[in-house]
Ligand binder design. Structure first.
Ligand code: ATP
Ligand code: MG
Length: 343
């Protein structure tokens, strides 16, 4: 049956079309629809957006899944920050970390947000009595006493955050070396592991949506800043404030700090807005912005409620494949830097 079949009968019988002219016009329209528009409806072949998306996912799966990625020569410490809330900091942290661990790296996620979302997503117990990053920052406990292995992904570890961390922002103010406490703990931990003959490849620090002392500690602890940017209207607002703060930290506390990586998250290919935000970010930060972008995906948002990353919850979903693509770009970027250093 064609789309216009039956139009004639229904219209002539049910609508009060009396005039010959109107009936003729209706005939003409239905003929035009039949001859023109129907031919324009694309066949469900390779040109439909759905088929293109399926083909792109298949290509990513075939080229990336199950591959070992190059590991960095030294531990890379990345602070995942953006003072805007809900842009995908935690989602990006846990999924990129899981993707790298699945590809053979040893990865530590430090949950520096009192909400403890990263700990939840990694399936790590973080009720009030669990030793946590609070004990490291405020009491000076070694990082090794709080780190737990992630149950689903070998090679992935987490220093959890408990609700205690909510008070740390104020408690840190009166402590000595309040900005460098995390940096000391991380470098001691890396040295300890190296002495035991174990390499830690990546440390990701998941920051809260603010630029307080917790985030300052994270900026001092690592040299790389990883900024997830949500492809929405207000995405770039506040980015200049973040960049100013990074500059201040570089001038006063950590001369090596730089924005190394930007990832576009919650990208919706159907809207012009997403494409505009993506273009603008890429034109401002051509070297830092990853080619991979993460689409809005139900599977990504469902995974944390199962205490999992999307990398184990649904590894073949488009969300998991994008995070795998992002992780492989990061690893390649790093391999290129290593070979530049050697030459
Ligand atoms: N690509 C995506 N598709 C669908 N939902 C997503 C995606 N990325 C993140 N989300 C959802 O958006 C919400 C915010 O994400 P997330 O918690 O990672 O942001 P955040 O920047 O860490 O937030 P906060 O500033 O509160 O720490 C969560 O509910 C998450 O599941
Ligand atoms: Mg978060």
């Amino acid at each position: 049956m064609t789309v216009t079949e039956g139009v004639d009968d229904v219209s002539r019988e049910t609508l009060p079309i009396e005039s010959e002219k109107a009936a003729d016009a209706l005939d003409r329209v239905s003929r035009e629809v039949q001859e023109g528009d129907v031919a324009d409806i694309p066949a469900a072949g390779a040109d439909t957006p759905l088929a293109q998306a399926v083909a792109a996912d298949t290509r990513k799966r075939m080229t990336l899944a199950g591959r070992e990625l190059p590991r960095p020569a030294q531990t890379r410490v990345l602070t995942v920050a953006n003072q805007k809330g809900g842009v995908g900091k935690t989602t990006t942290t846990v999924n990129v970390a899981a993707a790298l661990a699945q590809a053979g790296a040893t990865v530590l996620v430090i949950d520096l947000d009192p909400q403890g979302n990263a700990s939840t997503a990694l399936g790590i117990d973080h009720h009030a009595e669990v030793p946590s990053i609070y004990d490291v920052l405020v009491d000076g406990d070694p990082l090794s006493t709080v780190v737990q292995p992630c149950p689903d992904v070998p090679g992935l570890f987490c220093a959890p955050a408990t609700i205690d961390l909510a008070g740390a922002e104020i408690e840190l103010v009166s402590l000595v070396a309040r900005e460098t406490r995390l940096q000391r703990a991380v470098s001691k931990y890396v040295t300890e592991l190296t002495e035991q003959g174990q390499a830690l490849d990546y440390v990701f620090i998941d920051c809260p949506p603010s630029l307080g002392l917790l985030t300052v500690n994270a900026f001092v602890a690592g040299s790389e800043v990883f900024i997830p940017i949500q492809c929405e209207y207000y995405a770039l607002e506040g980015l200049s404030q973040l960049l100013k703060n990074i500059e201040l930290i570089r001038d006063h506390l950590n001369p090596n700090l730089h924005v190394s990586t930007i990832l576009l998250t919650m990208f919706d290919g159907r809207t012009r807005l997403s494409a505009q935000v993506a273009d603008e970010v890429r034109s401002h930060f051509p070297d830092q912005t990853l080619k991979a972008s993460v689409p809005r995906s139900v599977r990504i948002s469902e995974a944390p409620s199962h205490g999992q990353t999307v990398m184990t919850y649904d590894p073949n979903s488009s969300g998991a494949l994008s995070y795998l693509e992002a992780a492989s770009e990061m690893a390649a970027q790093n391999a290129a830097e290593n070979s530049e250093d050697r030459s």
